[in-house]
Design a protein. Structure first.
Length: 156
């Protein structure tokens, strides 16, 4: 990853192009506009009715629409929160890309502590087992998407 920061750049580009929240927000917003329009129409109709018995079903429908509106607004908040988290992840990947490019330039000159810091920042763990064990080693990598990467780079 450090010697090929373009892998991180590719992931970053994919995140820029693929925004699943856009379609969700568009759909929710359309539904909210539709609910508001129906509420206005029912309110207008209700204002012209003097008979309480005739008005009861319209009031019930208005209550149903109000509940639907609240539900859609809550759903919209969830999608906006997901978009915010996605934007944060994208920003962290941008930081990771910059960091990888900086470290890759000095990879051959990094001391032991610098190499350990790079492995930790990339979430790379290596386990080495005895000669009799199969497999002999296991290496895992989990790119952490948190501010830890940035703070780790400032200490290097």
């Amino acid at each position: 990853i450090l010697t090929q920061p373009e892998l991180v750049a590719t992931e970053l580009e994919r995140l820029r192009e693929d925004d699943p929240t856009a379609a969700d927000l568009e759909s929710i917003d359309r539904s909210l506009v539709d609910v508001t329009r129906k509420q206005r129409n029912l309110t207008r109709t209700l204002s012209s009715i003097d008979d309480a018995e005739m008005a009861a079903p319209i009031l019930a429908e208005l209550q149903t629409l109000t509940q639907r509106q609240r539900s859609l607004q809550a759903e919209r908040e969830i999608v906006l929160n997901a978009r915010h988290l996605r934007d944060q992840a994208r920003e962290q990947i941008e930081n990771l890309e910059v960091w990888c490019r900086q470290v890759s330039e000095s990879l051959n000159t990094l001391d032991y502590e610098g190499k350990r810091l790079a492995l930790t920042a990339l979430g790379i763990e290596a386990e080495v087992f005895s000669a009799k064990h199969t497999p002999r080693f296991r290496i895992t990598a989990r790119l952490p998407l948190s501010g830890d990467i940035v703070s780790a780079t400032t200490r290097s």
